[in-house]
Design a protein around this ligand. Sequence first.
Ligand code: ADP
Ligand code: MG
Length: 265
Amino acid sequence: MDDRNAADPHRDGPTGAALRTIGLHKSFGALHVLKGIDFTARKGEVISIIGGSGSGKSTFLRCLNLLELPSRGAIEIGGDPLPLDYRGGHPRVRGQKRVEQARARIGMVFQSFNLWPHMTVMKNLVIGPVTVKGVSKGEARERAEGYLDKVGLPDKRDAYPAHLSGGQQQRVAIARALCMEPEILLFDEPTSALDPELVGEVLRVIRTLAEEGRTMVVVTHEMAFARDVSARILFFDQGLVAEQGTPGEIFQTPRSETLRRFIGA
Ligand code: ADP
Ligand code: MG
């Protein structure tokens, strides 16, 4: 990624892919978790990832956002390869600034919300744009108000996270990710920590974002949701994409016994 490219982050790459990985591996010591993930998300595509516990779904998302460094393989954001360096067996990214630039292009929403507990909702929303992206405080507040409206929480700007329900906290977390205006949004089981009656309000917000044509990768156990919103679904099994296809292909004509069993479960 050179500076010319960085100036136009919404430009498509040569492959037209918003996000791509080639042969992505990740090991933790002797534990080989990701075993060569080839993945492409086109601009505007919603891709769901399903799979059993421990199959590497979270590790994959964390590698995309460089919260974990892959052990091998390539990641491209909008056609720009991340400067990953594996020489000497010590993975690193050449230039801390590059890490921040790459992360700013990919928003992430976690299962456990991860809001700052000592900050109001508004402060949670403006801090990233102001400190990481150099947006003025006034503009950051305006943006935050717009996205709080979008997630249906315009009256919660002065509340602290502890005073919100889990569903409200997760909607704030989604607004916080949107405030960074990322090119791609990653969701790691965004409704798994919620009481059943709060799942719907969060899925509704994510569905709205899907309908707006945002590029999103959603790890989820909500099968009906995955079937409704996704262009494609990837089934992870033991660190590999064991099967992928349209929702129809995955749910109506699963090829492998493992996927049949998983869906049946
Ligand atoms: P999933 O999200 O599909 O349930 P994860 O990606 O969280 O799976 O985990 C895949 C495997 O990697 C599991 O065996 C898990 O224990 C292991 N793992 C994940 N993160 C770490 C870590 N930081 N250190 C060591 N092992 C890890
Ligand atoms: Mg996980």
